[in-house]
Design a protein around this ligand. Structure first.
Ligand code: AMP
Length: 213
């Protein structure tokens, strides 16, 4: 039986599968999937004021300032909590201790799913990663191919390779993950469920599901 109002964080380095697994599990459990990276990329694509403010950070793999991110997440969580609210999965947030402390003032969290992954797996995965610009579904040209050419199975739209998924930016993002985000493992120690994310997609999915339901 699935807990109602499930509030989850998917934590892990870039490329550990937070988006792939989080999206799938959110759909299945009818939870809102809140991906901070997707929200920022949408703003950049629409050339909004916020998009212009954050594009340099996102494209070079640096973290967007905490204040901005906390304002965004508060709005998203409020929206998720309205009407037929069943809970949410947060992907790519929080990424700093300041963000985690800010989140405490916005909502409580039930579980943190930590996708533990080694750097060489990450570089390999992200270099082959492709994303649907319309629905943000994630594919991999080696392990998780779309059915047709490089088109999204759901939208039929041409998949994109993110500008920050090149090796030099991936390594920069990993450095930032180590210094700024990995301290969250201590912060959430009592709620942490560790999953070996070097395994294949289906094995990680099963283990993450077991940890959640
Ligand atoms: P992601 O799609 O999660 O890999 O995020 C892509 C980029 O968006 C990151 O490299 C950052 O530049 C920015 N970003 C996403 N989430 C956050 C966050 N919680 N705090 C600061 N910057 C973020």
């Amino acid at each position: 039986m699935v807990n109602q109002n499930l509030k989850l964080i998917f934590l892990g380095p870039p490329g550990s599968g937070k988006g792939t697994q989080g999206n799938r599990i959110a759909k299945e459990l009818k939870l809102d999937f809140i991906s901070m990276g997707d929200i920022l990329r949408k703003e950049i694509k629409e050339r909004s004021k916020l998009g212009k403010e954050v594009s340099n950070y996102v494209e070079s793999g640096k973290l967007v300032p905490d204040k901005l991110i906390l304002e965004l997440i508060e709005k998203q969580v409020d929206r998720a909590k309205s009407s037929d609210y069943k809970g949410f999965i947060l992907d790519g947030f929080p990424r700093t201790l300041e963000q985690a402390n800010g989140l405490k003032n916005i909502t409580e969290i039930d579980k943190v799913i930590y996708l533990k992954c080694n750097i060489e797996t990450i570089v390999k995965r992200l270099s082959a990663r492709r994303t649907c610009p319309k629905c943000a579904r994630v594919y991999n040209l080696v392990t998780n191919l779309p059915r047709k050419d490089e088109l999204c199975d759901d939208c039929g739209v041409k998949l994109e390779h993110r500008v920050d998924d090149c090796e030099s930016v991936i390594r920069k993002r990993m450095e930032i993950y180590e210094t700024s985000t990995s301290p969250l493992l201590g912060f959430y120690a009592s709620q942490l469920n560790v999953i070996d994310a070097d395994l294949g997609i289906e094995a990680v999915y099963r283990k993450a599901k077991e940890a959640i339901v």
